[in-house]
Design a protein around this ligand. Structure first.
Ligand code: FES
Ligand SMILES: [Fe+2]
Length: 447
């Protein structure tokens, strides 16, 4: 449970709010690179933490994130001409480059223009992992974009997309850290017998462990970018089935199911307003290109990739009750809603536009959520006292994985993660790879 004041602090990210100031200390994704693919292509409207901006790629391929308002008489540069290394206002022809510098004011005599000194606000931008990242904070950007592994692998090894979530960023993000909910939300209906479940046998086993142990024990490992969460469930005999997740400041996470050798998944939350956010969602395989079959599956909607329209809005969404099918809910799936990420979205959005955390009843399996709140609220409050966050200065600390692992019951969390990843905090360094668990035999039916 949070106080009303802390709930406000956690959820509000507009300019001048404490959490908004905190988020603005980080590089954040603001678009997919393919949304502004073509040089001199149409500018893209982008709203980040309530700031309405324009993104465009100039003739030389450089990307600019600028204020969309012309400083002459306020025309919207969205309607401008993207031409010859700049965005030209169509009202009187003033032109601006990717750094916001005014290049031409053709309706002004040259002698007057010399003294005018006009520009538009522009933010630093970098492309990494097929995403456009921007720094919206003060004092120049920190060291570099967080080196998520998805951006370090060759392009053919990854698939990157985004999805709209119609609620506050924080409650959606908390869903990723609450790995206990898999025992319910993503399960087949209790009446489903194993021989009619279409999933492969290995998955069937894991589903059974999750269903049979709905009270996973949570463990944490702190690192420079945030912390790693491990949730252990009873498996066969004395074994534990571990599912680990990364929390990386301020709003990145990786998913808990991946077994050694399988494709990894992660996501980054970026508030649009306090009532909507983008979830940049990616899958990557460190050792091989993704197959055409995998990519086709991700495009069609699979796991964390929703079935989306051309505007990145999930087809099953709040507006149509996620196409819940009550027959399905009775006989086939726990929710009656198709798709893991759609199930997640339904629940996060059902908590309200901004979830009221003064009215909740937390239990032991909410430990990841509680820790996340404590850390980010502490960091945002510290920033208000003048203490800059450390994580933005350590972009390499973001190269991390998470996933599933089986270990005997007497193996502690850190040791289990060391065996699984070669590093207790899931670092994906070459040294860690040398001692990480070998790929498991492929389970049919999984990516
Ligand atoms: S309003 Fe843009 S050039 Fe006049
Ligand atoms: Fe989920």
């Amino acid at each position: 449970m949070l106080s009303a004041a802390d709930n406000e602090l956690l959820t509000r990210t507009g300019p001048g709010t404490p959490m908004g100031d905190y988020f603005r200390r980080y590089w954040l994704p603001v678009a997919l690179s393919r949304e502004v693919a073509a040089p001199d292509g149409p500018p893209l409207r982008v709203t980040v933490m309530q700031e309405r901006l324009l993104l465009f790629r100039d003739t030389r391929g450089r990307v600019g994130l600028v204020e969309g308002r012309c400083p002459h008489r306020g025309a919207d540069l969205f309607f401008g001409r993207n031409e010859d290394c700049g965005l030209r206002c169509v009202y009187h022809g003033w032109k601006f480059d990717v750094d916001g510098k005014c290049l031409e004011t053709p309706n002004v005599p040259a002698k007057t223009a010399e003294h005018m000194n006009v520009s538009i606000k522009a933010y630093p931008v970098q492309e990494f992992g097929d995403m456009v990242w921007a720094y919206l904070g003060p004092d120049g950007p920190p060291a570099g974009v967080p080196e998520l592994e998805v951006g370090l692998v060759p392009p053919a090894h990854r698939y990157v997309t985004k999805k709209l979530q119609q609620c506050n960023w924080a409650q959606s993000f908390e869903g990723a850290l609450d790995t206990a909910h898999f025992s319910f939300l993503h399960m087949p209906a209790p009446s489903v017998k194993s021989n009619v479940n279409p999933l492969a046998q290995a998955d069937e086993k894991r589903l059974a462990w999750m269903r049979n142990d709905p009270q996973p024990r949570f463990h944490f490992f702190d690192h420079e970018a945030g912390f790693m969460i491990g949730a252990s469930r009873k498996a066969d005999g004395n074994d534990l089935y571990w599912r680990s997740t990364q929390y990386m400041l301020p709003s990145h996470s990786t998913t808990p199911s991946t077994l050694p050798g399988e494709t990894y998944f992660g996501y980054s939350w970026v508030p649009i307003t306090d009532h909507e956010c983008w979830i940049y969602t990616y899958g990557w395989n460190p050792v091989r290109p993704l197959t055409d079959e995998e990519v086709a599956k991700f495009k069609a909607g699979w796991g964390q990739m929703p079935e989306i329209g051309p505007d990145f809005v999930p087809l099953r969404n709040r507006g149509n009750d996620y196409l819940i099918d009550r027959e399905d809910q009775k006989y086939r799936t726990f929710t009656g809603v198709r798709g893991v990420t759609e199930q997640d979205a339904m629940i996060s959005e059902s908590q309200g536009l901004i979830y009221d955390r003064t009215r909740e009843t937390l239990t032991a399996t909410d430990a990841g959520v509680v820790r996340f709140r404590r850390i980010i609220l502490g960091e945002a409050k510290a920033l208000q006292q003048g203490h800059e966050p450390a994580a933005p200065q350590h972009p390499q600390a973001y190269t991390r994985r998470s996933g599933g692992y089986m270990a005997p019951g007497d193996v502690p969390f850190e040791e289990a993660m060391r065996q699984r990843f070669g590093d207790a905090g899931g670092r994906a360094t070459p040294e860690a790879q040398a001692t990480a668990a070998a790929p498991m035999p492929a389970a049919p039916g999984r990516a």
